[in-house]
Design a binder for this molecule. Structure first.
Ligand SMILES: Nc1ncnc2c1ncn2[C@@H]1O[C@H](COP(=O)(O)OP(=O)(O)OP(=O)(O)O)[C@@H](O)[C@H]1O
Ligand SMILES: [Mg+2]
Length: 125
């Protein structure tokens, strides 16, 4: 059982409040889409989930394989290690790295590293 649950989340930048008590949840097998005009806080919400922006109040909780994790206050790399990732808009590849090196950067989690031989075989299939 896996889920992400955001409750009453508020966040902003300095004196500018962007999110005002946002609540939503995403459960196993669900796809949730955020729609909104430019600058209305979609990316800010994603950054709160990933630990890039610290919320001023509210909670972000993830249930992964039945274990609950409070994400607020955790570093982005800890959140990635839990298995949560953010794919930013645009094709932000590293142009001076090879295709394989770019792919390897996506395998930084311990469990992904364990599966690296199988992943490499799949990439070159
Ligand atoms: N680092 C920052 N410092 C100050 N203000 C910011 C910062 N990042 C975003 N903002 C402001 O926060 C508000 C929400 O921006 P955000 O990027 O979350 O919107 P968005 O819904 O993702 O927009 P878009 O559809 O253009 O991607 C905007 O007013 C934006 O100017
Ligand atoms: Mg955005």
């Amino acid at each position: 059982m896996n889920s992400i649950s955001v409750e009453n989340l508020s966040a902003g930048y300095g004196s500018v409040q962007v999110l005002d008590r946002i609540s939503l949840s995403v459960n196993d097998g669900e796809t949730v889409t955020l729609l909104g005009t430019n600058g209305n806080g979609k990316s800010t919400l994603m950054k709160c989930i990933m630990g890039i922006v610290r919320p001023t109040s509210g909670s972000v909780r993830a249930t992964i394989d039945g274990a609950e994790h409070d994400l607020v206050g955790r570093a982005p790399e800890e959140i990635v290690d839990l298995g949560i990732s953010l794919v930013p808009e645009g094709r932000r590849l590293f142009p001076k790295l090879t295709v394989e090196e770019n792919l390897l950067l996506g395998a930084s989690r311990p469990s992904a590293m364990e599966q690296l031989p199988a992943s490499l075989a799949l990439w070159y299939k």
